[in-house]
Design a protein around this ligand. Structure first.
Ligand SMILES: C[S@@+](CC[C@H](N)C(=O)[O-])C[C@H]1O[C@@H](n2cnc3c(N)ncnc32)[C@H](O)[C@@H]1O
Length: 288
């Protein structure tokens, strides 16, 4: 059977089972089997697939139909233009988190220009680092920064370390296990965090792709969804330099609750809610 036909058939099966982006998903799985990128597959539509490869693909299709996320099947995910190893020890990085990285990058770039004459490293804490997506994306783009990357989950930190070694930024990032900012040993210039923000009572409404495969500690935001974020706000003042900044990702429709929380925990803070391209307030920026 030719690659073109295999792709069409796989996409049709995915479509019938309600899997979105069926053509792209089919390309990613077939590309994984053949060690080709989805784009490279376009150049060989008439190539024939051996029986052995068809059977391997069939196994991956079955896993996908059991709702296993494609990123866990192929064990990687692109984020901010960088490839990350992922497995069920970590949350799969989401495209919406790229806005958080973009805003962190903007703030750090501005401030490192000012600090360069002082020869002091610009310090960042990435709280709840997961696979290390935020810390590593920032380190790759800003060689003058040092990052403390924390996570409560020792197994998530194992994955983050693998990614850090793979991208060769070990000198810039220190991984520490612990609760939020508690293990960070000194005040930093920027705190960035994409913490769990789904209400515990709403976890059952999420798709089985998430609840059956991704780590619960990465998605459960407690009773009102903002429990971890509240704790972080309470810890922040002690762990941030004056003129520092805290950048957080929040969920859709959490803007109002977030404003009340900031007014309660940090009544003097200046802050803004930053929308993504669809107008959803996704990032909170708090200036200290
Ligand atoms: C939503 S995931 C984000 C992962 C990664 N930063 C990203 O953006 O893809 C949240 C992460 O926070 C970690 N986490 C949960 N509770 C924590 C806590 N109390 N202290 C530190 N990390 C925590 C989870 O293990 C998980 O890796």
């Amino acid at each position: 059977m030719t690659l073109e036909r295999v792709l069409q058939q796989t996409a049709r099966v995915f479509n019938l089972h309600g899997i979105e982006d069926s053509h792209l998903e089919a390309r990613i799985l077939l590309g994984h089997i053949l060690k080709l990128s989805p784009a490279q597959l376009y150049t060989q539509p008439e190539r024939t697939l051996s029986q052995e490869k068809i059977e391997s693909l069939q196994q991956l299709i079955e896993r996908r139909l059991c709702q296993e996320p494609t990123a866990y099947i192929v064990k990687h995910k692109e984020f901010y233009g960088v490839d990350f190893y992922v497995d069920p020890r970590v949350l799969i990085p989401r495209p919406e988190t790229e806005l958080l990285v973009e805003k962190s990058f903007e703030f750090a770039k501005n401030r490192t220009n000012c600090l360069s004459s002082l020869k002091k490293p610009f310090l960042i804490a990435d709280v709840g680092t997961g696979c290390g997506a935020i810390a590593i994306s920032l380190a790759l783009n800003l060689p003058q920064i040092k990052v403390y990357a924390t996570d409560i989950s020792p197994s998530a930190l194992e994955v983050a370390r693998l990614n850090c070694e793979y991208h060769n930024v070990m000198e810039q990032i220190t991984f520490i296990q612990g609760n939020l900012l508690e293990p960070v040993p000194e005040p930093v210039d920027l705190i960035v965090a994409n913490l769990a923000y789904i209400k515990s009572s709403e976890l059952a409404d999420l798709s089985p792709e998430i609840t059956n495969f991704e780590p619960i500690v990465a998605i459960d935001g407690g009773r009102n969804g903002l429990d971890l974020i509240q704790q972080l706000l309470e810890q922040a003042e002690e762990k941030i330099h004056s003129r520092g900044c805290l950048l957080l990702e929040i969920g859709q429709n959490q803007g109002k609750a977030m404003v009340s929380l900031i007014n309660h925990c940090l009544p003097k803070a200046r802050f803004e809610l930053i929308p993504d391209l669809s107008g959803i307030k996704r990032v909170v920026k708090i200036d200290f």
